[in-house]
Ligand binder design. Sequence first.
Ligand SMILES: [Zn+2]
Length: 122
Amino acid sequence: MIGGPTIRIWPLAHQMYGWDMMASVLVHEFGHLKLYHAEHIYKGLEAEDKANRYGSCHMRNDLIPRNCWLYREFFLPSHIFPGGWDEAKCRAEYEKWITWLKDAPMVRALAVPANGMPAAGT
Ligand SMILES: [Zn+2]
């Protein structure tokens, strides 16, 4: 979220992350709008955290991806360490994250990203 009550999403993000992760982005951005209207904040880590909470609290449960919180944790470093998140960096971080998921059985049991991740136990 940049500059108040607007939403910006990288147009090619769905090709890299898949629709399930992008649905978590929409929940988050919806949360930013709700947060802005409720508390008039939209910047900083507090806003990023609260946007996740506002989004999930104000969205119908059946529209929230099962792994929404896991996806939100993936995107959190881009807010903690802003700058330099070009396409190459995003792809590299996604590949590291997918590799980490494949090597983390407890997390893998919870997560099934739309692209490239085997189902739990396979
Ligand atoms: Zn945000």
